[in-house]
Design a protein around this ligand. Structure first.
Ligand code: HEC
Ligand code: CU
Length: 320
């Protein structure tokens, strides 16, 4: 009966999909069976005991055996189905600890995603195959609902609250997701694409990150180089409050022309500004202090996601 399932349901893209379809099809066939068990005798009896002049209906009180069977039988069936469903629900509700976490912010009428490394995307999700992924979701405005049919997951998103879903994708390639809670004028356009990648493609995708949200709203090209990410990070985490990129001295030295130059330090020595030096300056700024400046730069150890730190290095490198 696989053809029937395939015809009734979207493709199966996750481990949940198989289990949920199995429960669903079992309930479907039970319903078909019960329907036939009631409908066929009803039609038959209506014909068999139809009105005939002179036919007298015998007096019936009850039949204890029959009544016990048709009460206890369905009762056991329902209790069984309840525990079956509960078991699935428990699994569905609690994500495994090793899940990759993606934050979801829904708003009228688009989806914003943020990855553990700080990459952000709009209406576009990439996940690695066969690894559990957890979505922590909230809304900026009204009720929305995150629905990924192929994965058989769906959950309300509520402003001011966080809800979660998770799944383990098993089928490579594109899958759809959509908003499943009417949320206003463009609700029907609130959808996007989830791509399940193999590990190599996923790593490659993570390196470039996704669409920057602000750019998306300004209608700009979503593809970014690491240096582009560095420029965004420079502004976002506040390096720009002490560093300029045009050669002007601020609270800290300008980044223009630093990369590859010999930097004079306050201890009288000098050092080549290579990638290692730039990284050390971000993570342990007091290790080597530039001559003529106070050691006021805070450490960014633990505050920068890997893709942000890589981006900053690339950005500084690009400022010839
Ligand atoms: C509160 C001000 C302040 C902030 C914010 C700040 N820096 Fe600095 N930074 C300095 C100062 C002052 C120096 C020079 C003294 C020293 O080396 O510690 C410096 C030095 C550096 C150097 C070495 C530059 C050279 O000419 O050799 C690098 C690289 C650097 N910072 C990167 C960063 C990055 C990346 C960020 C943001 C993630 C950042 N800084 C944020 C104040 C700041
Ligand atoms: Cu919506």
């Amino acid at each position: 009966m696989d053809w029937l399932r395939a015809w009734m349901m979207p493709p199966q893209g996750s481990e949940f999909a198989k289990e949920i379809d199995f429960v669903y099809m079992a309930l479907f066939w039970m319903s078909v069976l019960l329907f036939l068990m009631i409908a066929i005798p009803s039609v038959y009896f209506a014909w068999r005991y139809r009105y005939k002049p002179g036919r007298v209906t015998p007096h019936q009180t009850h039949n204890t055996t029959l009544e016990v069977i048709w009460t206890v039988g369905p009762l056991l069936l329902c209790v069984g189905i309840f525990f079956w469903g509960l078991n699935g629900w428990m699994k569905y509700s609690v994500a495994p600890g090793e899940s990759m976490e993606i934050s979801v912010t829904a708003k009228q009428w688009l989806w914003q995603f943020e990855y553990p490394d700080g990459s952000r995307t709009i209406n576009d999700i990439h996940v690695p195959v066969n690894k559990p992924v957890k979505f922590t979701m909230t809304s900026e405005d009204v009720l929305h609902d995150f629905y990924v049919p192929d994965m058989r997951v769906k959950h309300d998103i509520i402003p001011g609250r966080y809800t979660q879903i998770w799944f383990t994708p098993t089928v490579l390639g594109p899958h759809n997701f959509t908003c499943a809670e009417y949320c206003g004028k463009d609700h029907s356009g609130m959808k996007g694409n989830l791509t399940v990648d193999n590990d190599a493609d996923f790593a490659k995708w993570m390196e470039t990150g996704g669409t920057e949200w602000e750019d998306y709203f300004n209608g700009k090209d979503p593809k970014k180089t690491p240096a582009d990410w560095g420029k965004i990070t420079y502004e976002r985490v506040g390096c720009n409050s002490c560093h300029t990129t045009d050669g002007t001295k601020s609270k800290g030295p300008s980044w223009k022309g630093v990369y590859g130059s010999m930097v004079q330090l306050n201890n009288g020595t000098s050092v080549l500004a290579d990638e290692a030096y730039i990284r050390e300056s971000m993570m342990q700024p007091q290790a080597k202090v530039v001559k003529g400046f106070d050691p006021i730069m805070p450490t960014f150890q633990g505050l920068l996601k890997p893709n942000q730190a890589n981006g900053l290095v690339a950005y500084i490198e690009s400022l010839k």
